[in-house]
Design a protein around this ligand. Structure first.
Ligand SMILES: Nc1ncnc2c1ncn2[C@@H]1O[C@H](COP(=O)(O)OP(=O)(O)OP(=O)(O)O)[C@@H](O)[C@H]1O
Length: 456
């Protein structure tokens, strides 16, 4: 029978115990190290990583109560928090064994044990340690895979002077734990910037958790964000951590924060103020260690004036503010972005090297890109798929009516006309949305909703 490739350490002051344990375990495991002197623990831990450590509770002669074993257990876990320790006690003192388990021991055995019992317990702990290691490996490879998957679009392309101050801010703020608020129209790259802040921070190896607040219903808000315990409500069939907990030590990205209703804003504020949460159905307090990044395309300051967004919440999330300019205000970025997406999609769709001719580029430069970088990205992807030649022509780009620059709508489509009316009214009101809404005969929230719908 081949032996299991594992290292077992047995630490006990009883020579007889060491002898028996060695005899039994050696038949099944490749390396068994036995030691009588607890003072050698540090030396032994520095020498190898063990799959299982069998540790005596009481070393000094005549001393019972297990305090010494607990001290050694703590030392082991200090050096290797993932160590799998089996406590060994001759006195059957359940209380101290329970204390050892609370401290992090995996199991305990009462001496004198039967050979089979020792072997079965060590084997079970070895299996546990092996599967935990596999899970850890899977987790880290999944992280790498996810990073790789995101890499396709993780490069921030920009040459525009309008973006320079933003990159300076990212560099500075990434080193801190300050809350960041990113403002900008749809598709300007708010999420990309949030990820960049995370990637440049000391939290980069931890989770980046995104929550789309616009997509969470109010009934699910607390359970999604704070988690729940089994039985907290009908569908809560098991304990589940919320997004706040998943983001522990990492970054929590709250997208579309401007869409949060006032009652939910209050709940979010409480969690941020006290830096702690409780899962729904539990009183246990969970402290928060997260970096918060929020984003929205809504005019939060205007909304505060009209009591649609809480001022105290705004002040809590906007320690540092980043305002992303729309693509039409950084036209220098259009060509490099277009070329970047062209390379990405030509590779994805296995087309040969694709290019844009000058006329095509001029068409792209002349368009106002109301959907910003996302619209440009989709336009290029569509063109790559549809094009018959590697040299993309203007006809390969079917851009939406560019109504910003025209006063008369050519289209009689009601949505095109409405979008244009909104753009004109906002321009006429100098960006004052209350005035624009009045002019249009809408309520303010209707105006916000429609602006979001049209990507304005
Ligand atoms: N500077 C950039 N360089 C490369 N890709 C970019 C850049 N800016 C945005 N993108 C790409 O454009 C798309 C939209 O970006 P992102 O999702 O970050 O925008 P957003 O502002 O968060 O949008 P929304 O407001 O709709 O949530 C993404 O695929 C992103 O990778």
């Amino acid at each position: 029978m081949s032996k299991i490739d594992a290292k077992i350490l047995v630490l006990d002051d009883d020579q007889g115990v060491l002898y028996t344990a060695n005899m039994i375990l050696k038949q099944h495991f490749q390396t068994v190290i036995t030691e009588k002197d607890p003072a050698k623990l540090d030396f032994l831990l520095n020498q190898h990583e063990y799959d299982v450590i069998v540790l005596d509770m009481n070393f000094s002669y005549g001393l019972t109560g297990g305090k010494e074993g607990i001290k050694l257990l703590k030392r082991v876990l200090e050096k290797d928090p993932k160590a799998h320790v089996l406590m060994n006690t001759a006195y059957g003192d359940i209380d101290i064994a329970v204390e050892a388990m609370k401290e992090g021991a995996v199991d305990f055995l009462v001496k004198p044990w039967q050979k089979e019992k020792l072997l079965a317990t060590v084997q079970a702990i070895y299996e546990l340690s092996k599967s935990r290691k596999e899970v850890e490996e899977l987790k880290s490879s999944q992280k790498i895979l996810m990073k790789d998957q995101q890499k396709e679009f993780s490069d921030i392309i920009s040459v525009s002077p309008a973006m320079k101050p933003i990159f300076h801010t990212i560099e500075k703020v990434a080193q801190t734990d300050a809350n960041v608020l990113i403002l900008g129209e749809n598709g300007t790259g708010k999420e990309l910037i949030a990820r960049e802040i995370h990637n440049q921070s000391k939290r980069a190896n931890e989770n980046f958790i995104k929550v789309d607040l616009g997509a969470i219903s109010s009934s699910l808000f607390e359970s999604e964000l704070f988690g729940h315990v089994k039985g907290a409500f009908t569908d809560a069939r098991e304990d589940r951590p919320g997004r706040f907990e998943l983001a522990t030590n990492g970054t929590l990205f709250l997208d579309e924060i401007g869409n949060l209703s006032l009652p939910l804003q209050a709940k979010l504020l409480t969690a941020l103020q006290f830096k702690q949460i409780s899962r729904v159905g539990s009183n246990k307090v969970i402290p928060l260690n997260i970096r918060l990044v929020c984003a929205t395309n809504m005019p939060l300051y205007e909304m505060v004036k009209h009591n649609e967004f809480r001022q105290d919440l705004l002040y809590r999330i906007n320690t540092v503010e980043i305002k992303l300019p729309p693509l039409r205000e950084r036209k220098e970025d259009i060509a490099p972005l277009a070329k970047h997406f062209l390379t990405v999609y030509a590779k994805k769709y296995q087309k040969e090297k694709m290019r844009l001719n000058e006329t095509t580029l001029n068409k792209l430069l002349g368009y106002s890109w109301p959907g910003n970088v996302r619209e440009l990205q989709h336009a290029i992807e569509r063109a790559v798929i549809m094009a018959n030649s590697p040299l993309l022509a203007p006809e390969d780009f079917l851009l939406k009516d560019d109504s910003v620059n025209t006063n008369q709508p050519e289209s009689l489509n009601i949505e095109v006309m409405e979008k244009m009316a909104i753009q004109n009214a906002v321009r006429k009101a100098g960006g004052n949305l209350t005035q624009a809404a009045k002019e249009l005969g809408f309520g303010r929230s209707t105006l916000y909703r429609k602006m979001t719908k049209y990507g304005l």
